[in-house]
Design a protein around this ligand. Structure first.
Ligand code: SF4
Length: 399
């Protein structure tokens, strides 16, 4: 049984529509970081607690700290979207998720039909867990599938197999999660064109509403980085560009619309939290290493669990830094994130200075950038980082 579709007019808009991106700028969201992972994957540098390494942080203790932090946050909201990210949020028992949702609702209020999303690892899924998520109000899950090729899953150091991914997807359907998504990683040196093709084909057939695709990157300090420095093959940029392109072609034919460089949704299934983040909407954030953005302020929390817990125990926000942004700095940030959107970023004075600069004009002439209907858009998504670097160097001169 599927949950009823919200009558919200946003559901009738195409995922890549500029009108939807404009609406998202007004949405207010909350992010909750759940740091627990069964073990650290070799390519991952996120703020996590590796439970296989005896990461001594009790789930109940962490949730108590989250509740205290939520109570310390200034008034905000009501919320359009709540996202539990990680780490592995599905490590938390439903009663803990419910406690956090209730605290967010009491503190900020929830709009009718608010999106409630959770990242789930396939090895954590059971249909009982999924039913508890629906009862708790979750409207979407994102399953950390990564690949439908068991050799690639092993190379990525993942704990699940293809059968567990497929069980999680069909279970999520059967318990009535409204939007079911998967994450995929491409470009591991152990992946071939054929295996990526098989993964894409399976992703199209398996019946999901949303797919996020990420190229494998070698982050400093990770196990993968050490392996590459010891001579193991590194991901190849050209191969990754080809794999990205291939996914774009097949997913478009499969009915998915790319609304952000990495995010693709069937109509009516855009992830509001994602879209609001890239549209420069405001969000509060809680937990280890969490970043927030509201009222022209950007804050970030301690990454180390002990520092985070100490601050909470002392009755303080666990901040490691907070920036008060000027209006041009806010426009610069909006441009940086908005360039990732298919709909592009609004043509603010800062964006206008970029497109009128020598670098901007060169990118327009090269067919990489365009200005249309008061927005600036990147036409070649794989070049988004290059464009953003150019935009940053122009806009930094203005701040
Ligand atoms: S499960 Fe996700 S967050 Fe956890 S270590 Fe692996 S990649 Fe990182």
């Amino acid at each position: 049984m599927r949950a009823p579709v919200s009558p919200d007019p946003a559901n009738g808009l195409a995922p890549d529509s500029a009108v939807l991106a404009d609406l998202a700028t007004e949405w207010k969201s909350a992010y909750v970081h759940v740091p627990f992972c069964r073990r650290r994957c070799p390519y991952c540098d996120f703020a996590i607690v590796d439970e296989s390494a005896g990461g001594a942080l009790d789930h109940g203790q962490y949730v108590e700290a989250l509740l205290s932090e939520i109570a310390m946050e200034s008034r905000f909201g009501p919320l359009d979207a709540v996202n539990f990210g990680g780490g592995t949020p599905s490590r938390l028992a439903p009663r803990y998720l419910v406690a956090v949702i209730e605290a967010l609702g009491e503190r900020f209020g929830m709009k009718d039909g608010a999106e409630m999303s959770l990242e789930v690892n396939p090895e954590d899924w059971s249909d009982e867990y999924g039913a508890a998520l629906v009862a708790a109000g979750f409207t979407r899950i994102s399953i950390g599938a990564q690949s439908f090729d068991s050799i690639v899953l092993e190379a990525l150091g993942r704990l699940h197999d293809v059968g567990l991914i497929e069980a999680a997807i069909s279970g999520a359907r059967s318990v009535g999660i409204r939007s079911v998504g998967i994450d995929l990683i491409f470009g591991h040196p152990g992946e071939t064109d054929e295996s990526w093709e098989r993964t894409i084909d399976r992703a199209m057939d398996v019946g999901v509403d949303h797919i996020s695709t990420y190229s494998l990157t070698v982050e400093p300090g990770t196990e993968l980085s050490r392996q590459v420095h010891s001579g193991a093959p590194a991901p190849d940029d050209d191969v990754q560009a080809d794999r990205y392109q291939r996914f774009e072609e097949v997913s478009r034919d499969g009915g998915f619309v790319r609304y952000e460089i990495s995010n693709h949704a069937k109509p009516g299934h855009v992830c509001r939290y994602n879209l609001a983040t890239w549209a420069h909407g405001e969000y509060v954030a809680f937990g280890i290493g969490a970043h927030d953005h509201r009222w022209g302020l950007r804050g970030r929390n301690h990454r180390r669990p002990d520092r985070y817990l100490e601050a909470i125990a002392a009755g303080k926000r666990p901040r490691v830094g907070i920036e008060n942004l000027t209006a041009p700095e806010q426009e610069r940030d909006q441009l940086m994130v908005g360039l990732r959107l298919t709909a592009g970023a609004p043509l603010t004075p800062t964006a206008q200075r970029f497109v009128s600069s020598a670098a901007g004009e060169r990118l327009i002439r090269a067919g990489i950038l365009e200005v249309v209907e008061e927005r600036v858009r990147v036409l070649k998504p794989m070049l988004t980082d290059t464009v953003a670097r150019e935009a940053l160097s122009v806009s930094l001169n203005d701040c």
